[in-house]
Design a protein around this ligand. Structure first.
Ligand SMILES: *Cc1c(COP(=O)(O)O)cnc(C)c1O
Length: 438
């Protein structure tokens, strides 16, 4: 077969199989499949068959017409999986939030006064019910929170930070680079493993404006190491007239025994609040992507005045979801914060789901005890007891098979596992179907 034997796009378009289809997408599908054929011919393959070309085009058409973003089952054993969209949001909560803000709403409208309001008012109002009279500002993500704070208070001025906290987190987000791009002058103190309070004290000069503390997030140090507690940095900053800022990365409203430590609980930290702190709303907080800044009201006011804020501000749907999440915390309905719900399930519940899958499936399967992770930065190395179903066979092939069916498992010691840590009973049917079609 040669190039000239390939039917033309015009001829292909006339196929009766293609009536009713969108012409533009169809043309794209034709071109793609013809290119593939040409490449096969060029590579020297003799037995090229054009009889099923229309079927291949139809398949390609379907592929192009389907939106690429799909829902997945997270059987990886990592609850806050950055690649899988971090926190899962409760369907009811999401619906309420979207219904509320999807249409016209009082995003920036003061209903009492009948004039312009402030979009950050909504979240601030809800968080004040939990933490009293604090200032709140939410932006696109925690990286923008960090950038905004530095750009506002440390442009052309020194921001002091420990060498042990100059971290890189996923997606090549490097703290020193972000600090530099904000216009702040990075003033490193201490060493990789040890930083003392005196290191900070000695570094403070006439051009210093802030002391930053960053949660180590996705790594931890053991052995000969020490760092300075945020409380001490807050005290020092106050004495020397500086702003202390704590980038928590992942934080939660309150501590949960064995799962969320007090040092990342906002209730605990805000007993002696730093001037400013920020965290990601889609990590342990369990809501949508955003960066939440909490701090002194006069500082928050200054942040709002920064022109860059216009680029970082949130849309109405995000604000609505964040407010619904905080209101769920206020009502004590932490089961609707899906991340917390998943993290608090015990092994018995995970076994129930695994066994239900095994019972319904026609395949020979068995369970093993595993170790899962919180994920999402802070406490990402925290181990959580979990349960997985072992699917026997070529693990790489199995990983691919399940991937294509929207189920993401993991390979451990050569075995393909479906870890139950982040799987819910609503997903049992989908998993059983994929297993039985194997
Ligand atoms: C995750 C994290 C960030 C970045 O947060 P995003 O919301 O992903 O922008 C910044 N700092 C720390 C310490 C983090 O853990």
């Amino acid at each position: 077969m040669e190039y000239r034997d390939i039917p033309s796009v015009d001829r292909l378009l006339k196929s009766p199989k293609f009536t009713m289809l969108n012409r533009d997408i169809l043309k794209r599908a034709c071109h793609i499949e013809i290119e593939i054929l040409k490449k096969i011919i060029k590579d020297g393959s003799k037995d090229v068959d054009t009889n099923n070309l229309t079927d291949l085009i139809l398949k390609r058409y379907k592929l192009i017409s389907t939106p690429t973003l799909k829902s997945l089952v997270n059987a990886t054993g990592v609850v806050l999986h950055t690649n899988l969209g971090r926190a899962k949001i409760d369907k009811e909560l999401l619906k309420r939030a979207v219904d509320m803000a999807g249409g016209y709403c009082n995003l920036e409208y003061d209903i009492d006064l009948g004039n312009r309001g402030d979009r950050s008012y909504h979240l601030e109002n809800s968080l004040q019910k939990l933490f009293g009279d604090i200032g709140v500002l939410a932006v696109n993500n925690n990286a923008s929170a960090l950038f905004l704070i530095l750009n506002t208070f440390a442009k052309d001025k020194e921001a002091i930070i420990s060498r042990g906290e100059l971290i890189e987190i996923g997606g090549s987000f490097r703290l020193p680079e972000v600090i530099k791009s904000s216009g702040a002058l990075l003033k490193e103190v201490g060493t990789t493993n040890k930083t003392h309070l005196r290191d900070y004290k000695e570094a403070i000069g006439t051009n210093s404006s802030m002391i930053i503390k960053v949660h180590k997030s996705n790594f931890h140090m053991e052995g000969f190491c020490s760092e300075v507690d945020i409380k001490e940095l807050t005290k020092l900053s106050k004495e020397r007239g500086l702003i202390d800022y704590y980038d928590l990365g992942s934080a939660s409203i309150e501590e949960i025994p064995h799962i969320i430590d007090s040092h990342i609980s906002l209730k605990h930290i805000l007993k002696q609040p730093p001037s400013l702190l920020s965290f990601s709303a889609d990590k342990l907080f369990g809501s949508i992507q955003a960066g939440i800044i909490i701090g002194k009201k006069e500082l928050i006011k200054e942040l709002k005045r920064n022109q860059i804020m216009r680029m970082f501000r949130l849309d109405k749907i995000t604000i609505s979801i964040l407010q619904q999440s905080v209101e769920a915390y206020i009502r004590g309905q932490t089961n609707t914060i899906t991340t917390l719900y998943l993290l608090q399930r015990d092994k018995k519940e995970l076994y129930t789901i695994a066994n239900s899958i095994i019972k319904r499936s026609k395949k020979e399967l068995y369970t093993i005890d595993t170790v899962g992770y919180t994920g999402g930065g802070t406490l990402s190395n925290k181990e959580l007891p979990s349960v997985a179903i072992v699917v026997e066979g070529d693990s790489k092939e199995l990983h691919k098979y399940f991937r294509q069916r929207g189920i993401i498992g993991r390979i451990e010691k050569g075995n393909f596992l479906l870890d139950m840590l982040a799987v819910t009973k609503e997903e049992i049917k989908e998993i059983v179907e994929a297993l039985d079609n194997l």
